[in-house]
Write a protein that binds this ligand. Structure first.
Ligand SMILES: C[S@@+](CC[C@H](N)C(=O)[O-])C[C@H]1O[C@@H](n2cnc3c(N)ncnc32)[C@H](O)[C@@H]1O
Length: 349
């Protein structure tokens, strides 16, 4: 790439969406979020970016630098199926979506990408009046493209499904449920199973060993066990009672279908959630032998981060596991952002 393409990230969170662009050499010049741990995490991993802690509703567009690409993931809580059984406050959710679109209108980037849950499709019109976005002019702002993607199709060991709206070249699929070569000659590798991540790490219940290395399951780089953060300890372990409740939720639910207990490690994981309950249908459950005993646990924060395709040395700032799980679970899988960045690179001379 000659001159580095520039990126601005609204609602940057821990930085999953930016990370793919950063890895491919784009210059992420500005990022904003109103949550302290997200801002600190983003800053630590992107020291050259101007990262600000601010309510995106209150930013002044004239203070935000212009960039080639504007990206952002306005919070999807109100649109998510888990919020009030899918009856969240869509109007409230749209306020932040419209604010993101307002910045796109003001900054006029060549490409822009808004990430959200697919349920937003039910509410997102294909155009807004400029007045609805808070621009004091006649006319419309259109959203030309909206596509739903499965992160596993781009090499993530996770079946997270996301809606991407905006102006962007379609990323190239690299993986599929079964390896195939299509009539057009595209060949896809098999989806990466969750086992690939879980078995790359030593048992979290052991102590990190001197002079032992962990191989990053996504990028193949190595890190000393003693340097590995957010993995060792018992933060992922369920009590027997929690494991039991979990089993019942999944295998004996009165009206929802049966689910696997423990999770099937030979498939990509279910969606990494921002809230990690120890006993809910969304909880991932890993079975482990400790001596003669079988125990059940969630992925550690580090394993969850690898399921989201963060490099093993990516740092998360938070005073407790709940905060760190939330930072990780909120993110766009980096393999998806890499695929997007790559597609944009291919369109750039
Ligand atoms: C879905 S997460 C973004 C994840 C991020 N794109 C990534 O890939 O890591 C949404 C973020 O929006 C932030 N947020 C929510 N309301 C906000 C507001 N009014 N102003 C700024 N940030 C806000 C949250 O703190 C959260 O970090």
């Amino acid at each position: 790439m000659g001159k580095k393409l520039t990126v601005v990230d609204f609602f940057c969170g821990a930085g999953g969406l930016s990370e793919g662009f950063r890895q491919l050499g784009f210059n992420v010049i500005y990022a904003a979020d109103n949550w302290g741990p997200a801002v600190e995490t983003f800053k630590l991993n992107n020291p050259d970016t101007e990262t600000i802690k601010a309510d995106v509703l209150k930013l002044d567009a004239s203070n935000v630098p212009k960039a080639d690409i504007v990206i952002g993931g306005p919070p999807c809580t109100e649109f998510s199926a888990s919020k009030k059984g899918g009856h969240g406050d869509f109007k409230k959710g749209l306020i932040l979506v419209k604010r993101f679109l307002y910045y796109v209108h003001e900054l006029r980037p060549k490409w822009w990408i808004m990430e959200n849950v697919p349920r937003l499709l039910q509410t997102l019109p294909d155009k807004f009046t400029l007045k609805e976005l808070g621009v004091d002019k006649e006319g419309y702002f259109t959203i030309p493209k909206r596509q739903v993607f499965i992160a596993a199709d781009f090499g993530a060991p996770q079946k997270r499904i996301r809606l991407l709206s905006g102006v962007y070249p379609t990323p190239t699929q690299t993986h599929a449920e079964n390896p195939v070569t299509t009539l057009e000659g595209n060949s896809y590798q098999k989806w990466v199973p969750m086992r690939h991540v879980i078995e790359s790490f030593p048992s979290p219940l052991n102590k990190p060993r001197e002079k032992y290395f962990v191989k990053d399951p996504i990028y193949g780089t190595r890190i000393e066990e003693t340097e590995l953060e957010d993995h060792f300890g018992d933060h992922s372990v369920m009590s027997e009672e929690e494991a039991d409740r979990n089993r019942r939720q999944k295998t004996q639910h009165p009206y929802y279908g049966k689910m696997k207990f423990p999770d099937d490690l030979d498939r990509p994981s279910r969606t990494v959630m921002a809230t990690q309950f120890n006993a809910s249908r969304e909880t991932m459950v890993i079975e482990m032998k400790v001596g003669k005993k079988t125990i059940y646990r969630k992925p550690t924060i580090r394993e969850a981060a690898s399921l989201q395709c963060y490099p093993v040395d990516y740092k998360f700032v938070g005073s407790n596991p709940t905060t760190k799980y939330k930072l990780v679970g909120n993110s766009v899988p980096v393999k998806l952002s890499l695929a997007l960045a790559n597609a944009i690179l291919k369109k750039t001379d």
